[in-house]
Design a protein around this ligand. Structure first.
Ligand SMILES: Cc1cc2nc3c(=O)[nH]c(=O)nc-3n(C[C@H](O)[C@H](O)[C@H](O)COP(=O)(O)O)c2cc1C
Length: 309
């Protein structure tokens, strides 16, 4: 089968041997303190042997509030909160590289959905019945630094790229979305202000990882809630964050109160239901110069290779 999917593509200074990406998926295969286990290694080696161009790990927490068992609300999830995490990745990354695959670490702070219950604003999350605590500017700056340090650690560990988790109702998405961010300071209000948290992270991380290192994001292109991000707003956000230094955008959606079932739509049993974020990916691709990754309901090769379905 001949298709662009089998052709190489560059993301900043790395070359993927093809366009197949394993999207970040929580495996629950970390140690109690967020390190990779043999079982996780086996999974990533299998993906690499299957010639996946880019493997994105499940989300690794930039801050851990208590050990064990709660890695920021993600039991047996990964962590990259400390320099001691760095060396635990060597064998995994070397093994993936032997197969000429690339591997990126996804990093996250779950914000209101973790044990700290912090958010840009104290807006009720209807799906979990929690009113989070509004972060101070000092706390915001502390987390900007934590995200940047996590990027540095990922690079030092040997990851080929980092993906910031900017989707699914977690902290970065909470800042970007007008549904959960009603701040009146420089981190809320206009599109530029709501994007400031992520742009600050990218700029600080860039000083630590250097100009060529790929900083990617997975972002909500639709929150599927009233007053949340929609396609037009996602395009505006994308333009701002690419200008701020983002090198690749993965398109996703949902996860905010009421939109949770849209993160991964079930019952994809015919081609017409596949690739459900494609219109968003197309809108972004028309408006930004960086590579765009499509996820969501991709099941059959025919759909994946057909650009206009
Ligand atoms: C069990 C499970 C765990 C997931 N974990 C993550 C994650 O850690 N980070 C992330 O960005 N997305 C995560 N996702 C979302 C997927 O990466 C993907 O965006 C979503 O499932 C849509 O693709 P699909 O329709 O092929 O399932 C997860 C999805 C599932 C079903």
């Amino acid at each position: 089968m001949s298709s662009v999917l089998f052709e190489p593509v560059d993301i900043k200074n790395i070359r993927l041997k093809n366009r197949f990406v394993r999207s970040a998926t929580m495996e629950g295969r970390a140690t109690f303190d967020g390190r990779p286990t043999r079982r996780l290694q086996e999974l990533y080696f299998k993906l690499a042997e299957g010639e996946v161009g880019l493997i994105v790990t499940s989300a690794a927490a930039v801050k851990v509030y208590k050990y064990p068992p709660d890695i920021e609300g993600l039991p047996f999830g990964l962590a990259i909160d400390d320099d001691r995490c760095i060396e635990s990745w060597k064998e995994v990354i070397d093994g993936v590289h032997e197969q000429v695959s690339k591997i990126a670490m996804q990093i996250v702070h779950p914000g209101p959905r973790g044990p700290s219950h912090i958010a840009p604003s104290a807006v009720l999350l209807k799906d979990i019945g929690i009113v989070p605590r509004e972060m101070t500017v000092t706390e915001i700056q502390e987390l900007v630094d934590r995200f940047a340090q996590a990027c540095r650690r990922a690079k030092e560990a040997g990851f080929d790229a980092v993906q910031l988790h900017g989707a699914h109702g977690y902290l970065i998405n909470n800042f970007i979305s007008p549904h959960t961010n009603v701040r009146t300071d420089e981190y809320g209000g206009s599109t530029e202000n709501r994007a400031r948290f992520i742009v600050d992270i990218v700029k600080k991380a860039r000083t630590m990882v250097g100009p060529g290192y790929p900083l990617m994001i997975k972002m909500n292109c639709d929150d599927f809630v009233d007053g949340g991000i929609d396609k037009d707003e996602a395009v505006r956000i994308a333009r701002i964050i690419v200008k701020g230094g983002i090198d690749c955008i993965e398109v996703s959606g949902g996860g905010q109160a009421g939109g949770g079932s849209r993160v991964s739509i079930k019952g994809i049993n015919k081609e017409g239901k596949e690739a459900y974020f494609r219109p968003y990916a197309r809108a972004l691709k028309e408006n930004v110069s960086v590579p765009v990754i499509l996820v969501g309901g991709l099941r059959t090769p025919r759909v994946m290779i057909t650009r206009n379905l």
